[in-house]
Design a protein around this ligand. Sequence first.
Ligand SMILES: [Zn+2]
Length: 234
Amino acid sequence: MTKASDFFSRDYADARKRFTEAAKAAGFTPERFMNSKAKGPRSEELSTDVVRIGPKNAENVIFVTSGTHGVEGFCGSGPQVGWLATGVYKEAPKNTAIVLIHAINPHGFAHERRVNEDNVDLNRNFRDHGTPPPHNTAYAEIHNLLIPADWDGQARKKADEDIAKYIAVRGERTFQAAVSTGSGNMPTGSFMVAKARSGRIRPGAGSSASTPPARAASCSSISTPGSAPMAIAK
Ligand SMILES: [Zn+2]
């Protein structure tokens, strides 16, 4: 008997293989959208793969994406593969199409990071790009604590102490809100909203190559000094 865990993958490349193979086995032709700007940790090619199921003129379309926050791609990919492998998609109502978008942020998925290759948090990037990006005052106040001048030395130690003080005075919820709202328009900030649709921002502006991995790189948990890892917002 098939177990749900059979549909989950070890890494991005494994997930992509499972997704495309399950799609082909079910009679679909996945469409591949290459990410020409980045590679995976083993220099593997990165792509977003899409399968469209159902009538072309469907009245309703269900979009199911995975990996908007790259590191969460593991949990999103599993159900997408499972839907294809077990035929769950056949249970969609009449006049309903399904679009499975696998690894919308393949760089983040492959590198197990929340953000994409531009240090952009895609889940903060769905906005009106005709308006200026928000400045997050609460984030700016703690930016240097989240991303200290060094990662292992004195600056890190001081930053950890200051985070502990901040939380002691203002509470974990305030800290969590300041972190997870996103760094607005700060290109080296964590959870950057970005100045433009990601993929169009200028090379070098917040490129992950020059940006230290944000302390809060994973969406699912964040470690804070003196406290158990706490969940932060989606
Ligand atoms: Zn998330």
